[in-house]
Design a protein around this ligand. Structure first.
Ligand SMILES: Cc1cc2nc3c(=O)[nH]c(=O)nc-3n(C[C@H](O)[C@H](O)[C@H](O)COP(=O)(O)OP(=O)(O)OC[C@H]3O[C@@H](n4cnc5c(N)ncnc54)[C@H](O)[C@@H]3O)c2cc1C
Length: 462
């Protein structure tokens, strides 16, 4: 049925950003409608109760210190949490060797360790010079933005093993090949998360805490008070705008509103048709935005057997499809679960393999890490985010080299009555759930100021 609806503000996307924006607006007495393409809320978070009640976190899952907005929401919604298992040694598989270490940076090879500490200090100190709200203002922005992270890595006097580990880190964190992103983007991203170590470690870092029922419950909690103001199965295809109105066309009809908040990744925002068309700089920006390539796999065992060998389950490897793993077991359950990430070019390769071939390759990687017992799982779950129509990749959208310094200013700038949100627009914890929530709240605040400045009374006030 085609339906014409009205609201004060229409929000495109029911991920954490869109729902946070909608809730802030509702709290301020503004009538809001959220249009979501999928048949569910939560976007890049998706927590599914699979066989025997085991929750599989197909999307975002970890929280960490300084992620105050998401931690605040967890508390407000009364969601239970647990700490990421990290007892025992981590493993680094490097150049055929299998080295044990503890903490965020591998220390099994002293020469490599010295190089890696140097790299982490250098990147962290330099990133603190970037204003994450305006990376293009850095005096060397043009130079940093025309240098790829790979150029920087190759130019360092580090051992081959250390360089390889920084490349693995690039795939795991951004997630992109170091040749795909500029040094300016890398520094912006590290700065936004508070420094390299805050982002790559477990305890006291971004992989510290998980939500017991699954991270998607953040979105369920946000959506509850919105009720039928959240419309599922409504992909937005076109937005017409005038000075003070938008008409949003979606598969279920049209919605007319004073303002729109488009809370989806820039690359997907660029696929919506706008009338009149977007200004050239905004479209050029979305043309130069791309999503990371990730497959996330869960491999389930009868018990977490690796713990017997004093291993934490966290591995970084320089070969194979899966180059990063963590212990994904739930403290209330007996199964042992390993989560593996197939990132960047490896993700693109893996997405083209048949499911049985991919599963076999994943198990081969896990056997190399944890021994023969890893060959006999009792469950296997995977999700290729690049094949998801309404994400087209994850964890986050990035900019190609040269884009931040020339077009970055168009990322958050509203275009008439259209405002932008989504973790890609976040200044703090860009790319993370925390950043998504912040971006939604910021966009809602900007819309309220905008409506007031234009003397526009809201539906609720009429
Ligand atoms: C595998 C994976 C692991 C991750 N790990 C972590 C982690 O451990 N910690 C962390 O903090 N973050 C993690 N992230 C990132 C985190 O999930 C995201 O940053 C966050 O969920 C993004 O929220 P968002 O609202 O900005 O965007 P999204 O969640 O992408 O929401 C956008 C919504 O818009 C919808 N949409 C798209 N196009 C349209 C359209 N045309 N019309 C209508 N609706 C549309 C989509 O369906 C989606 O629901 C991970 C993500 C993935 C996928």
């Amino acid at each position: 049925m085609v339906e014409d609806t009205r609201a004060d503000v229409v929000v495109v996307g029911a991920g954490l950003a869109g729902l946070s924006a909608a809730r802030s607006l509702l709290d301020a007495g503004v009538e809001v409608l959220v249009l979501e393409a999928r048949d569910r809320v939560g976007g890049r978070t998706h927590s599914v109760e699979e066989a025997d009640g085991l929750v599989i976190e197909y999307g975002g899952q970890w929280l960490g210190p300084t992620q105050d907005r998401v931690l605040g929401l967890v508390e407000e919604l009364g969601l239970g949490t647990f700490t990421q298992y990290s007892d025992g040694d981590n493993l680094q598989l490097t150049d055929g060797a299998r080295l044990r270490y503890q903490g965020a940076i591998p220390t099994g090879d002293p020469v490599q360790a010295a190089d890696l500490i140097d790299a982490m200090v250098e990147l962290t100190l330099t990133c603190m010079e970037i204003d994450p709200a305006r990376p293009w203002d850095h005096p060397l922005a043009a130079v940093l933005d025309s240098t790829t992270l790979e150029t920087w890595i190759s130019a360092q006097p580090y051992s081959d093993g250390a360089k390889q580990w920084v490349r693995t880190l690039s795939r795991a964190v951004f997630p992109a090949e170091p040749g795909e992103i500029s040094l300016l983007h890398a520094l912006f991203y590290f700065r936004s998360g508070g420094g390299v170590e805050k982002m790559i470690g477990t305890i006291n870092s971004a992989q510290e805490t998980r939500i017991s029922l699954g991270a998607q419950h953040l979105s369920h909690g946000l959506a509850l008070p919105l009720g039928d103001r959240v419309r599922l199965n409504c992909p937005v295809t076109r937005i017409d705008r005038s000075h003070d109105d938008v008409v949003v066309h979606h598969d279920g009809g049209t919605t007319t509103a004073r303002r729109a908040i488009v809370a989806i990744p820039p690359v997907l925002a660029g696929r919506i048709r706008y009338s009149p068309p977007m200004p050239g700089v905004r479209d050029q920006l979305t043309q130069r935005s791309f999503m990371g390539s990730v497959l996330k796999v869960h491999v389930v065992y009868a018990r977490p057997f690796w713990r017997d060998a004093g291993l934490s389950g966290h591995v970084t490897a320089d070969t194979g499809l899966v180059q990063i793993t963590f212990d994904q077991s739930h403290p209330d359950r007996t199964e042992g679960v390993l989560v593996g990430f197939i990132d960047s070019h490896l993700g693109r390769t893996a997405s083209q393999m048949s499911e049985p071939d991919r599963r076999a390759a994943v198990l081969e990687d896990l056997v190399r890490m944890f021994g023969d017992e890893a060959a006999n799982p009792i469950g296997y779950y995977e999700r290729s985010w690049i094949d998801e129509e309404w994400s087209r990749g994850c964890y986050v959208g990035m900019m190609t080299p040269g884009t931040w310094s020339t077009l970055g200013h168009a990322l958050r700038e509203p275009v008439g009555p259209i405002h932008w949100a989504g973790t890609e627009t976040a200044v703090i914890w860009n790319g993370y759930m925390d950043g998504a929530i912040r971006s939604g709240e910021d966009a809602a605040a900007a819309v309220l100021v905008d409506l007031a400045a234009h003397g526009l009374r809201t539906e609720a006030a009429r």
